[in-house]
Design a protein around this ligand. Structure first.
Ligand code: ADP
Ligand code: MG
Length: 672
């Protein structure tokens, strides 16, 4: 059977529907995906001399079996296989748990290599893997897998497709490979999938990172070029109408908000496309700026849309936008995954014939069935949650659509440019006047009493409370707090209060009901996972307790905390955590000490790198498999430059030299 690069994984031996599904969960759908699914680390199966081993280190030791291996059984299906291994002049006790069958591979006086965890004090090794002493001098790949897919299965499949590495083209153009010593795709695949030495792997990794960034930059810059090659459409908004909006607001815009609105208006009026990023700390009031932009577009005769990452957030935006704009005759609609079929059909029809002026929604907005009569402005809230393709699909809903992206996770300008391609940035750095800074503290789980006292006090005053945990249900693997347990325990403790649970897995309708009840004051304590990270705006809630706070990124903690401190009351935030390492302690100290989101984001980047900047909940951000936009920033900048040069010379990637890159990009678009 001959395999082709873009064949589905189902064509491989040993892949049934179940495995295919599990692979899909890892983003692997084809032979191509398998070839480029790289290990996240390697087990270095190189023998380490005993004297170099630290306590608790995982390593391979090689020696001669000097005692008869014995298996003893105990408990239910438990066993221990033990023998002594002589290495030079020392004797190490080796134990393998629950792998009695390994007994067959052992014999006295035979050389073996054992991979395991070393215990220095007892001069013992807890074995994990047994090899004949000869085949141990390589780096064994370790892939990130899921509970539905075993390491072994994946390794087998990758071995099966590896011969195809010879047939792939090259993504990195020859000139760049030559000048910068980057490798061919084949060399990258081999050096990543089965490196013979750390050196080989290191070079392959650099090239793999560059390749990945280069593809991303090609895609991003092509998208932007499509924009700039067509001029934008000037939007002649009506100033008197805008002034009426200003009159109707219950507050005055801050200086930063005014400046952002002005910058956007200048963009809108110019016959060039707007590609603007609005960065503003949580609670700084980005939404109202978006409302100005949308209203301006509407008064100029265009439709506008606002896309948010969650249903809760979209629903809340909808409520606000509707309240502000409907008095001026603007028709506002909400479209999410749980919009009923009949209503959805109506909205579709009214968007297509232009009766609806503004639509707020989730990803549901980018479904093919959604068509606009004349979309002029697209706004993306929490933009780091969306990928390049989603942005492209939204912009494709109209012609020469202006784009405003908003984010509460500030990143350096150069980075914004290279990962979002945003050409202009507006910043809101000041919070609306009259806000009392949130008082934050980091407490350990021994100090919970203090937290309970504060809870009682605030409840007595009629305030509401958020309780946040990283986990929803109990898990065997960790002893982290989980939302279900906490809800039950808090309900038992605060008998007089209504304690509700908000779970990200709940149907959207149910989530909205709960949020609405909380906003209406019918729920006193809301226990939730990070679903409340964005969006919720309940002024009466002034206390937040975040359990296992060390499991969240700094920026995420800050965004969570941004849900309180929105009203006239003094607000309090407790971070409950018992971190073991210094870095985690340092992070908690920082987040308890400052309310400055810009500073926290900078610290977060410094401490943890991009991978964790947006927390576990992040989804669509340009996620890179091998590259890290912070740690490998130099390669990212280089890739941006390479993509620019490539596209300048060959805008549509039609040269034979770029054929493979073009093919890969096309493939990725179809699969995203
Ligand atoms: P974010 O930037 O986090 O998205 P929001 O747009 O949700 O923040 O605004 C937070 C809260 O501040 C909202 O309740 C909003 O009505 C209020 N707000 C916005 N701008 C001002 C202002 N200039 N003065 C007073 N309150 C404001
Ligand atoms: Mg917001």
């Amino acid at each position: 059977m001959s395999l082709a690069l873009f064949d589905k994984v189902e064509t491989l031996t040993g892949v049934g529907p179940k495995t295919a599904q599990a692979l899909k969960g890892l983003g692997i759908q084809t032979v191509y995906d398998l070839l480029y699914y790289f290990p996240f680390r390697y087990e270095q199966l190189q023998t380490v001399p005993l004297t170099d081993l630290a306590d608790g280190q995982k390593a391979v030791i090689k020696g001669i079996v000097v005692t008869e291996p014995t298996v003893s059984y105990y408990g239910y299906h438990r066993s221990r296989l033990s023998f002594k291994l002589q290495i030079d002049h020392a004797v190490v006790m080796v134990n393998f748990f629950n792998q009695p069958w390994l007994h067959k591979q052992l014999a006295v006086q035979q050389p073996v290599a054992v991979y395991g965890t070393f215990q220095k004090a007892r001069l013992a090794m807890t074995g994990m893997k047994l090899n004949s002493a000869r085949s141990d001098d390589k780096m064994a790949p370790v892939y990130s897998v899921s509970q539905h897919l075993r390491q072994k299965t994946l390794i087998k499949l990758i071995k099966q497709v590896l011969p195809l590495a010879k047939t792939v083209g090259n993504v990195i153009p020859a000139a760049w490979r030559l000048q910068r010593h980057f490798l061919t795709d084949e060399q990258i695949i081999v050096g990543m999938q089965m490196p013979k030495s750390p050196q080989q792997n290191q070079t392959a990794r650099q090239s793999a990172i560059f390749r990945e960034f280069f593809l991303f930059e090609l895609q991003l810059q092509q998208l932007l070029a499509q924009g700039s090659s067509q001029a934008g459409i000037a939007k002649h908004y009506q100033l008197p109408a805008i002034n009426e909006l200003t009159q109707s607001l219950p507050f005055e815009l801050t200086t930063d908000q005014k400046r952002a609105v002005n910058q956007i208006f200048i963009d809108l009026k110019r016959p060039q496309l707007m590609r603007r990023l609005l960065e503003g700390d949580v609670g700084s009031g980005k939404t109202v700026v978006a409302v100005y932009a949308m209203y301006a577009a509407v008064t100029a005769g265009f439709q506008a849309c606002l896309m948010a990452p969650t249903e809760i957030l979209a629903t809340q935006h909808f409520g606000k936008v509707k309240k502000l704009l409907e008095p001026f005759g603007v028709r506002v609609a909400l479209l999410t995954g749980s919009t009923q079929t009949k209503e959805k059909a109506e909205i579709q029809a009214e968007l297509a014939n232009g009766i609806i002026n503004v639509v707020i929604g989730t990803h549901a907005l980018i479904q093919p069935a959604i068509k606009f009569q004349r979309l002029g402005l697209a706004i993306i809230d929490e933009q780091h949650r969306f990928g390049v393709n989603q942005r492209r699909d939204l912009l494709a809903k109209g012609q020469q659509v202006d784009l405003l992206s908003m984010t509460a996770t500030p990143i350096p300008r150069t980075l914004a440019l290279s990962i979002y391609g945003q050409t202009a940035v507006s910043e809101i750095r000041q919070l609306p006047a009259g806000r009392k800074p949130i008082k934050s503290a980091w407490v350990t789980s021994n100090q919970l009493r203090q937290v309970l006292v504060t809870m009682k006090e605030q409840l007595a005053k009629g305030r509401q409370i958020y309780v946040v945990t990283p986990l929803i249900a109990a898990s065997e693997k960790t002893d982290l707090k989980n939302a279900q347990d906490l809800q039950a325990r808090l309900a038992a403790y605060f008998k007089e209060e209504t304690v509700a649970l908000l779970d990200g897995q709940m149907p959207g309708e149910r989530k909205d009901q709960i949020m609405a009840a909380f906003a209406a004051g019918q729920i006193n304590i809301l226990v939730a996972t990070s679903v409340i990270e964005v969006g919720v705006d309940v002024a009466n809630a002034n206390l937040m307790i975040i359990f296992d706070a060390d499991r969240f990124g700094l920026s995420q903690l800050h965004q969570l905390r941004g849900r309180i401190g929105r009203g006239p009351y003094q607000s309090y935030c407790y971070f409950v955590a018992d971190p073991k390492n210094d870095q985690a302690k340092q992070r908690l100290e920082i987040v308890a000490a400052t309310n400055d989101g810009f500073r926290l984001a900078a610290e977060d980047l410094k401490l943890r790198g991009q991978g964790n900047l947006f927390g576990q909940a992040q989804s669509g951000l340009p996620t890179f498999q091998v590259g890290d936009i912070v740690q490998n920033n130099d390669l990212l900048m280089l890739a941006a430059q390479a993509a620019k040069e490539t596209l300048t010379a060959d805008p549509d990637l039609t040269d034979a030299e770029h054929a493979y890159a073009a093919e890969v990009l096309k493939y990725k678009q179809n699969f995203n």
